[in-house]
Ligand binder design. Structure first.
Ligand SMILES: [Zn+2]
Length: 241
């Protein structure tokens, strides 16, 4: 399994950055986890938008879903295709569709249900509701005995250990430094590290840093809590899980 980081900025894009988006490639499937603003532009460098097999929208905050509109135009009027599976919280199809007067059948909207795994080619996707003000789902992608867990957005009231322990990689939001937590909607790097350690994660990658946060400090804080060196998600980082 390969993880391609498309964008990492927490909540709004940093200079030359993009918000949340990740391309996960298994032997057979191209999965786009969160299509935050700016991520479609980077996606083109790694995958033809027509070769995407499914999109996951973890929640309806714009920094996780705004590029669904560009993808809609590309599929509908450029590729003239339809039926792309989009997994999203209940009601997302209607709420997001208000801006485009409906989707014209381009997307095959499927409602995410907690602990109700779905399959896309050789990938299995499982979901857990996180601690965030609107319905938000962390996603576990597994294929060929490899497991990646993406926390999406969450506060400290949820933990990655609601999935089976021992994932190969936990891609965890780490919006803040622990000494400067702005809200309970998100995690600090310390909390992300602690959570990954408690779930016996094989590796930890920190993402969704608030754009003004010192990423070097975040990496240090997260690694210390994890008990091993973590990595920092950066746009165009390609990792074998
Ligand atoms: Zn959010």
């Amino acid at each position: 399994m390969e993880l391609v980081v498309l964008g990492v900025s927490g909540s709004y894009p940093s200079a030359r950055g993009a918000c949340s988006g990740y391309l996960v490639r298994t032997a057979e499937a191209n999965l786009w986890l969160d299509c935050g603003n700016g991520t479609l532009a980077t996606l083109h460098e790694y995958c033809d938008p027509g070769d995407i097999d499914a999109v996951v929208i973890t929640h309806e905050h714009p920094d996780h879903c705004a590029d669904i509109y560009g993808l809609h135009v590309a599929w509908r009027y450029g590729l003239e295709r339809s039926g792309l599976p989009v997994f999203a919280p209940s009601g997302a199809e209607q709420r997001l569709g208000a801006l485009v007067s409906g989707w014209g059948g381009v997307f095959d909207w499927r409602v995410i249900e907690e602990a109700a795994p779905v399959e896309v080619k050789d990938a299995r996707l499982d979901f857990r509701r996180t601690d965030h003000p609107i319905p938000t789902f962390a996603v576990e992608v597994s294929s060929d005995a490899t497991r990646l867990i993406y926390t999406a957005d969450t506060g400290p009231g949820w933990s990655v250990d609601s999935f089976p322990h021992g994932a190969d990689l936990v891609l965890a939001e780490a919006s803040y430094l622990h000494s400067d937590r702005r809200t309970n909607m998100h995690l600090s790097a310390h909390e992300a590290g602690e959570m990954a350690r408690n779930s016996s994660a094989g590796a930890l990658m920190l993402t969704h840093l608030w754009p003004t946060v010192d990423s070097t400090e975040s990496l240090h804080e997260g690694s210390e809590a994890f008990g091993a060196p973590a990595t920092l998600a950066t746009p165009r980082l390609v990792t074998n899980v």
